[in-house]
Design a protein around this ligand. Structure first.
Ligand code: SF4
Length: 338
């Protein structure tokens, strides 16, 4: 994801009547279900004003969150960048826990809430701070680039972070012959193919959503839909990426679809991506397969409303650790595309 052009924020429901908000999600939410959701949407829009709150939502959030109450939407890189500029007392992170931690690192004075504390990530769970210290001992002098899909404790042990949108630029920015890129083995392998001049060492962490895709899935979809454009997220195994027409972060996927306007496309990633782009691109047919992320799907209008009503669940990071983790994130944000 050489992503610096960010598909951020289709927001501003402020003042929009509820029927107009419904028009944004009518392809995904049956009219009969809307009244129940509309009550939560209206309450959330009101609560955002009284709490001086903003909602940051990842591209994998369901359309009824993404298109109705979110103030800023994007991939991890976009959310990290935008989190710095947020002018609010309260940030609600409609995503997973490491994203809320990153928002807190960048906004230590603000209240950062996650509607469900159980929203984790298999990549974040795959590595600990002690593991990173072990790698540093084993590979002295080798810079450690850590995917943002990790805990603040792991970031704090790292030299700098990356996202799938800037991983190539981050690795190149180091001008080092060897780089440790953790914890996503597939992302590291996919980056390795784009940066052959650097030896990339990795860790055996995987995204439980993207690791499920296989080349056979791509073959099957190409057979059923001749001419279909296949776009794979770089958390997919390298043999899946090799079978695809394009690979990039969720932001890059959106840009690709918007610019190239393929007639039929399959997004080899989390299911809500296609749903969220489809509304703005009715002329493009979005074909499955896709897989759901159970952690992202812990977010709902109900628990976002509850988070704003009760100001729970607050995400905090111990100050010393936060300072070190923030440095790794800020070093990433300072990297410019080459
Ligand atoms: S899609 Fe994968 S990387 Fe993203 S939050 Fe879910 S488990 Fe983690």
């Amino acid at each position: 994801m050489a992503a610096t052009s960010l598909p951020i924020a289709p927001v501003n429901h402020a003042g929009l009547p509820l029927p107009d908000i419904y028009a944004r999600v009518s392809r995904h939410v049956p009219a009969i279900e809307w009244p129940a959701l509309a009550d939560d949407v209206a309450a959330i829009l009101e609560l955002k004003k009284t709490r001086n709150a903003v909602i940051l939502a990842h591209n994998y959030q369901a359309p009824e969150i993404f298109h109705t109450v979110a103030d800023i939407v994007g991939d991890s890189l976009a959310l990290a960048r935008e989190a710095v500029t947020v002018d609010a007392d309260v940030i609600v992170l409609a995503g997973v826990h490491f994203m809320a931690e990153t928002a807190k690192l960048l906004n230590p004075g603000k209240t950062v809430l996650i509607p469900d504390m159980r929203a984790g990530c298999s990549l974040a769970d795959s590595i600990t701070a002690a593991d990173v210290r072990g790698l540093r001992e084993k590979y002295p002098g080798v810079p450690i680039v850590t995917y943002v899909n990790t805990s603040a404790a792991v970031k704090a042990e790292s030299d700098l972070c990356c996202t799938s949108g800037n991983a190539v630029d981050v690795v190149r920015s180091l001008n080092a012959p060897r780089v440790l890129m953790i914890p996503d083995e597939f992302l590291a392998q996919n980056v390795q193919s784009l940066v052959p001049e650097v030896e990339i060492l990795t860790w055996a962490g995987h995204c439980e959503v993207h690791e499920q895709f296989t080349p056979a899935d791509i073959h099957a979809v190409r057979e059923s839909y001749p001419g279909v454009t296949v776009i794979a997220h770089p958390e997919c195994p390298p043999d899946v990426v090799a079978e695809s027409d394009f690979s990039g972060s969720t932001a890059m996927m959106m840009n690709f679809v918007t610019e190239k306007r393929p007639r039929q496309v399959v997004l080899v990633t989390e299911c809500s991506m296609g749903d969220n782009i489809a509304a703005a691109n009715p002329d493009i047919e979005f074909i499955k397969p896709c897989n759901l992320c159970p952690h992202m799907k812990r977010m709902s209008l109900k628990n976002i409303r509850n988070a704003l009503e009760t100001l729970t669940h607050e995400v905090t990071v111990e100050p010393d650790l936060a300072d070190r983790a923030r440095l790794a994130v800020e070093r990433m944000l300072a990297v410019r595309p080459r």
